[in-house]
Design a protein around this ligand. Structure first.
Ligand SMILES: *Cc1c(COP(=O)(O)O)cnc(C)c1O
Length: 382
């Protein structure tokens, strides 16, 4: 039978039949105690009916053999790293990295005897020169936060296969709708499901997808660390995923239109969005992604007050986190990247005037109007 397409998989894959009442949605099984005569079902073993059902949906969307669902993106990330790294091993992270992942590396890996390096996110050559005899894992994030850099996933996959290295990617910013790294040769795909998969800014969760063999390794560490998601939230996340495709499709479309609008606005210096034809990453993104995502960043002109702009937005909310149905903005300089030394922020291009925009599913004309009026006010008052 032909595999259903992503829109259909979002709605139907992994759904649990309701044998008692034939309800149209999965029943929720909240038990933490099941008969030992029927195997060893237990939420911390990732094997309850709702966990297994949702894993099937995520695996189908990511084209993986199996998946595990975690209580947060960081639980998924830390468990996956510890599953493939032990004392004496070395891991290469790309330099543009989610803050929590960078902290996990810099604050905890030494205690496990694990060495790490950072490689320039946009240079395959830099990754190659950083590979050592004990390098076991290469860890990526594409598109990256907040400058939306794209890394050549096929290139990294080839480099790693030649050196028997496991490749992992944090696919949060793309979502499975826009990018399936496993099809490009990457081994392990991780999501902060708190973002696009959840999509309504009300669920904290994570996922890991890979081959049966790799997931077995993640499972062995995961059941000891105990980072599973509770079944109630698993059930809510299944409901969220039913609309993943329609949400992300709309967010892609809105973001593309807003990126072009901002690029032509006199108050904006620079727009970071791989879907812009003049972006350095356009060709690569076009090649390895299905669409360009609903995330973008832009830098407002120096003689305009960012604070006045933020204050005057009516529709678009200043908020940390991202990828909800509502549009939100965030200033990485003050939030996600505040711990980076100032020189490093400047070097990476993260200025005080850089705004990250998580584009929602609202009417794009309303969003543009909100930006225009707030920019106009900040121009007048600056
Ligand atoms: C939010 C986020 C994480 C961490 O996920 P949590 O669910 O907050 O633990 C990891 N990577 C990226 C890219 C994120 O945006």
């Amino acid at each position: 039978m032909k595999k259903n397409r992503p829109e259909t998989l979002c709605v139907h894959e992994g759904q649990i039949k309701d044998p008692l009442y034939n309800g149209a949605v999965s029943p929720l099984y909240m038990a933490t105690a099941y008969s030992y005569m029927k195997g060893d079902m237990y939420p911390r073993y990732f094997n309850t009916p709702n966990q297994v059902g949702l894993s099937k949906k995520i695996s189908a969307l990511e084209n993986s053999e199996e998946s595990l669902i975690f209580g947060s993106g960081m639980a998924a990330i830390s468990t996956s790293l510890l599953a493939f790294l032990s004392s004496g091993d070395h891991v290469i992270f790309q330099s543009d990295l989610y803050g929590g992942t960078r902290n996990f590396a810099t604050e905890h890996l030494n205690a496990y005897g694990i060495e790490f390096s950072f490689a320039d996110s946009t240079s395959l050559n830099d990754f190659e020169t950083k590979i050592k005899d004990n390098t076991k894992v290469i860890y990526l994030e594409s598109p990256s936060n907040p400058l939306m850099k794209i890394i050549d996933l096929k290139g990294i996959a080839e480099l790693s296969k030649d050196n028997s290295i496991i490749t992992m990617i944090d696919n949060t910013f793309a979502s499975p709708v826009n990018q399936n790294p496993i099809l490009l040769g990457i081994d392990i795909v991780i999501h902060s499901a708190t973002k696009y998969l959840g999509g309504h800014s009300d669920i904290l969760a994570g996922s890991v997808s890979s081959s049966k063999k790799n997931i077995e390794s993640v499972f062995r560490v995961g059941k000891s660390l105990g980072g599973n998601l509770s079944d109630y939230t698993v059930w809510l996340l299944e409901r969220s995923l039913k609309t993943l495709y329609v949400r992300v499709e709309k967010q892609n479309k809105n973001a593309n239109e807003i990126a072009n609008f901002l690029q032509n606005h006199e108050c904006i210096n620079k727009v970071f969005y791989p879907g812009l034809k003049n972006s350095a990453f356009y060709d690569l993104a076009k090649n390895q992604m299905k669409d360009f995502t609903g995330m973008l960043s832009f830098e407002i002109d120096n003689n305009i007050s960012r604070q006045i702009f933020e204050k005057n937005l009516n529709l678009i909310q200043p908020a940390i986190s991202l990828a909800g149905v509502e549009s939100t903005i965030n200033v990485p300089y003050l939030t996600s990247h505040k711990w980076l030394p100032k020189e490093e922020k400047v070097k990476q291009g993260i200025s005080e005037n850089l705004i990250r925009f998580s584009v929602g599913i609202e009417n794009v004309g309303d969003l543009k109007l909100d930006i225009s009026q707030a920019l106009k006010k900040s121009q007048n008052e600056s």
